[in-house]
Design a protein around this ligand. Structure first.
Ligand code: C5P
Length: 231
């Protein structure tokens, strides 16, 4: 069984009717929803309240990455909204992460602050040849996780395969949020390396982000219930 509180449903759509249909289907379950750039930029902040009206927790996934002052001012503006988790890029550096942490911790709603390490779409050769970082992709992810932890973040976004190494170096309580989750028998879409919900749970992930396997199912609720049962 997968605890509902560990599931974050990615609402990647611009269609207000589809959003409403999915939010209504999820109402009554203790799952989270993820509002990313596509949805936030198309429908605006009111979608946060629509989720909260259905008692759903909200991960505002805008992946802020800019100079420290700009990120902290942007977060101050976002902190008006009742969100439960927000994120920034660890590559923004310790000064930016510390300022972000200070804004979030002194806000009214005090959401969890999560740092993106390496995107799960990034490959080993991109890390070495394009970012010019030596060493393995996992070493880079663990390094960013340590930086995020030392700078006051509550956790990181990473691949399920990286959870054990991150928890070992940072601490078991340091939160891991993992996309790239696919129940058996569902399409991989554009994800390259996928993990089943049960395997992600075994690897120790705190929150698993699942989008299309739920949102593109004709019945999002049937898909969710099947995932919670451990498919
Ligand atoms: O539909 P799917 O389950 O692939 O959705 C995964 C979600 O997680 C998408 O919103 C995607 O943008 C996000 N994500 C990801 N990989 C990352 C960070 C975020 O797939 N490294």
């Amino acid at each position: 069984m997968i605890p509902a509180e560990k599931v974050i449903v990615a609402l990647d759509t611009q269609d207000p009717e589809q959003v409403k249909k999915i939010l209504d289907a999820l109402k009554g379950y203790k799952v989270w929803v993820k509002i990313g750039m596509e949805l936030f930029y198309s429908l605006g902040p009111q979608v946060i309240q629509e989720a909260k009206d259905r008692d759903l927790k909200v991960f505002l996934d805008l992946k802020l990455h800019d100079i420290p002052t700009t990120v902290s001012h942007a977060l101050q503006a976002l902190m008006k909204h009742p969100v439960d988790m927000v994120n920034v890029h660890a590559a923004g550096g310790s000064e930016m992460l510390k300022m972000a942490s200070s804004v979030v911790k002194s806000s009214v709603h005090k959401p969890l602050l999560i740092a993106v390490t390496q995107l799960t779409s990034t490959t080993q050769s991109q890390v070495n040849d394009e970012q010019h970082i030596t060493g393995s992709l996992e070493e880079s992810v663990v390094h960013y996780a340590q930086l995020a932890r030392m700078s006051g973040c509550d956790g990181v976004v990473c691949a399920p395969q990286e959870v054990i190494a991150i928890k070992k170096i940072c601490s078991p309580e340091f939160i891991t949020v993992t996309p790239g989750i696919r129940p058996l028998g569902t399409s991989m879409n554009d994800q390259k390396r996928v993990t089943t919900p049960m395997d992600a749970l075994r690897l120790g992930t705190d929150y698993m982000v699942i989008g299309r396997p739920i949102t593109q199912n004709p019945s999002p609720l049937v898909a969710l219930v099947s995932i919670l049962k451990g498919s």
